[in-house]
Design a protein. Sequence first.
Length: 517
Amino acid sequence: MGRYLFRKKIPAYTYFFIIIFLFLFLLDYFGFLESFDKNIYDLFFRLKGARQTDGRIIIAAIDEKTLEQFGRWPFSRDYYALLLDKTQQADIAGFDIILTEPSDADAKFASAIKKHGRVILPVYFNYRMELTKPHSSFSPLQTGHLHSEPGTDGIVRKIHHTLHAGNTVVPSFSSVVYKNFTEKSCIMDNSPRRLSEANEKNAVSQSDNLLINYYGPPATSTYIPMADIVNGEYPESFFKGKIVLSGFTAPGVVDRVLTPVSQHRNMMPGIEVHANALNNLLDKSYIKEAGERLRYPVIILFSLLSFILFLKTGEKTSLLLCMAELVLIAVCSFLLFTRIHYWFAPAFLYLSALCVFAVTYFHRLDNAARRLDEKYSAIVSLPEMGKMQTPEGAAIRGLLSFLSAEGINSRIQKLLSVQENYEKKLQSIIDEKTMNLSDALEMVKTMTGEAILRLTTAAESKDKYTGEHLNRIQLYAKKLSEFLGMPDDFVEQITLASAMHDIGKIGIPDKILSKPG
C-alpha cells in the first residue's frame, strides 16, 4: 500500500527524467561530450576575432631570413650572445631553444647571459620523465618548462604553469618570465598534498592549469627577424622595458602546434604559444574554466526549471521555449567567454534542454495514448463489437501498448473498422427513421384531409347554399393553381384548404344564417 502511494505521488515520467539526466551526467563525466564542447570553444575564438597584443612582448624570430644569413641549423651560439648584447636594455630575454649539449661558443654565450642578468632558458621532461636542463656552463640562470599539452584532437588549448616531479617543482617558461618582469608570483600549487601525489605516482603531476586566451592566428604577436636585431637594424633603446623571446618560426625547423585560432591548418610556432600565455598573465585575460562543483549544480537547477516550465505549457509553447533556451545558452556562453574570459562548457546544457523537452513531450504523448487506450477499450468492450475483443484491447498502458503486438497500427485498423460499422449502422438507423417519419407525415396528411372533409360536410349540412359555394371555391382554386403552373402537391393542398375559408359559419346560429333577406 505504501509503495502504491509512493508511486502515485511521483509520476513515472519523473523517474524517466532522472534516468535520462544520470545518463547525460555519465556521458559528460567520462568525456563523451568533450568533443562537442571543444568545437564550440574553437568556434567562439573564431567569432571573437583577433585582439591587440601587449607591445612589450617581442618575438626574435628565427625565420627563413635568419637561417639564410646565419647558415644551416644549428648555427653558432655566438649569434645568441650577439642577440643578448643588442637587447641589453630589455627587461627579460627568453629562449625557446634547447641548449643541453656543449659547444665551442658556450663561454661567450654564458658571459652574455651573466652580463644581461635576466635570461630565461627552457627545461623539459624526456620520455623517461627525467628533467633535462640547459648545459651547466650557463649557470646561474632561471629556467621554466615548455610543455604545452595538446588535447585529444591535437589542439593546444591550455598550459600547465606548474609541474611536480617528486619533490621538484618546475614552473612554466611564461610564468618565470612573468615573475621576473613584474616581480609578482603566479599562483602556484605547491601544497604538500600535490607533492606527495607526485611522489606516490612516481610521475609528473600537473597543476595551475589555465586556458590560453589566444589573441589571434599565427603571427598576431610582434615578430622581428633575429637577423635584423643582430645586424643592428633596431637601436638598443628600442628594446628598453620590453620582453624579448627568441624561438623558431621558420616552417620545417621546429614543430608547430594547432590552436583554436588555427584556420586552414596554419599552425602556430611554440614560442608564440608561450608569448600568448605570458600576455594572458600580464593582462589577466587568461580564460577561467567552470569546474564540476559549479557546472553540475547549475545544470541540475536549469534542468529542473525547464522541466517544470515545459510541464506547465503546451506542446507548441514548449517547443518555442526549448528553442529559445538553446539560443540563450549559446548567447550567454559566448558573452561569458568574450566579456569576462570565462568558459562554461555548454554541451551538457544543450543536451539537458533537449532531453527535458523530449521527456515532457513523451509524457504528453503517453497521456494521449492512455486516453486512446481508454476509448479503445470502451469501444471494443461494447456487445456489438464482440468479435473484436482481445486481451490486449482492455489494457491501458499508454505508449507501451503501441510497442506491443497489438500496437498502434493494429488499433487504428480496428478503430477504422469500428468507425465503418458505426457508419453503416447509423445509415441504417437514419433510413429507418426517415421511413417512419414519411409514414407519420402521410398519416397526418390523411387525417388533415379527413378533418377538413368532415368540417366542410358540417358546413353543407347547415346551409345548402353554403355547401355548394364551398364546392365552387375548391373548383376555382384548383383551376387557378393549375393555370398558374403550380406543382401537383400545391394544387392538391390549395384545393383541400380552400374549402375552409368559410368554416366560421358553423358557429353561426341557424336563425341568423337562414334568415330571409
